[in-house]
Design a protein around this ligand. Structure first.
Ligand SMILES: O=P(O)(O)O[C@H]1[C@H](O)[C@@H](O)[C@H](O)[C@H](O)[C@@H]1O
Ligand SMILES: [Mg+2]
Ligand SMILES: [Mg+2]
Length: 294
């Protein structure tokens, strides 16, 4: 059952790819910070709140061309490549899942939480994740089975098991239709009424979720994000001892996620939070879950 399904899985250690990914994330961060305080040309994607800039596109092209030069057989899922029409398909091949700027609205407004998110999968299993919060100069990373780190220091979740003692992080996202907004705001209302200690949103899913890995938050949930927003931070939370789930198994293509300090907190959130219909990123049956609990 555990035999590698494809020859490249036999190469159990992907540390060289991880080290290269970290060096690229640092390079990309320099490009993002150079542009951070400059005038930006902003384009809209799926909604008036779903923005993209020339820097998003240039950084993603830089990352992909550098990786392709070193690993020509590898595959890519990049947010802005998909937006430009590239197919979104996760195969068993070594695949880099890239969000060149997570928090583009923040980037446009100079709100100081923007991140580069890079995940790497083989046989559809995440081998490592890198989230670089550029303005904070915080590099989060994790490699499967080897722990999670922030600027080289080990990370561990809070272990909080009591939902009423939790800080919960989420995002409202770019959806502006009534069903999505009423679902998302009522989720926050129900959580606050539990009560929880607080609800937070930084404007970048990747950095939001990394707060669970640091123990600074106790849970994160999101409906409507994409695989590139959370693929890297999911392994960072898991390697920090956290739980990453959905209704049952975590499925990075489902556009729903719950990350928590413990399974009891994850279960409570799945009871309280409702989803709205989202088309899957790829694979499986079309997104169901019209308003049902997660
Ligand atoms: O588009 P980018 O890469 O900035 O990703 C953000 C999404 O756009 C938001 O909808 C979503 O709410 C999160 O903020 C996510 O980080
Ligand atoms: Mg993103
Ligand atoms: Mg992005």
């Amino acid at each position: 059952l555990h035999a590698p399904r494809t020859p490249h899985a036999a190469m159990a250690d992907w540390t060289d790819c991880l080290d290269f990914g970290i060096s690229l994330a640092k390079q990309a961060s320099e490009a993002v910070l150079t542009a951070f305080n400059r005038q930006k040309e902003v384009k809209l994607k799926s909604s008036p709140a779903d923005l993209v800039t020339e820097t998003d596109q240039r950084v993603e092209k830089m990352l992909i061309s550098a990786i392709r030069k070193r690993y020509p057989q590898h595959r890519f899922i990049g947010e802005e490549s998909v937006a430009a029409g590239e197919p979104l398909e996760l195969t068993d091949r070594p695949t880099w899942i890239i969000d060149p700027i997570d928090g583009t609205v923040n980037f446009v407004h100079r709100f100081p939480f923007v991140a580069i998110s890079i995940a790497f999968t083989v046989n559809k299993q995440t081998e490592f994740g890198i989230v670089y919060s550029c303005v904070e100069d915080k590099l989060f990373h994790a490699q499967r089975g080897r722990g999670a780190f922030l600027n080289g220091e080990p990370l561990h979740v809070s272990g909080q098991e009591d939902i009423s003692r939790c800080v919960v992080v989420t995002e409202i996202g770019a959806e502006r239709d009534d069903l999505a907004l009423s679902t998302l705001t009522s989720n926050i209302f129900r959580l606050l009424k539990l009560p929880v200690h607080g609800v937070r949103a930084l404007g970048t899913a990747a950095v939001d979720m990394c707060q669970v890995a640091t123990g600074g938050a106790d849970a994160y949930y999101h409906i409507g994000m994409h695989c590139w927003d959370i693929a890297a931070s999911a392994i960072i939370v898991k390697e920090a001892g956290g739980v990453v789930t959905d209704t049952d198994e975590f499925d990075m293509m489902s556009r729903r996620v719950i990350a928590a300090s413990s399974s009891s907190v994850a279960n409570r959130i799945s009871q309280v939070v409702r989803a709205f219909p989202c088309r899957r990123d790829c694979g499986g049956a079309p997104g169901a879950n019209g308003g049902a609990a997660l």
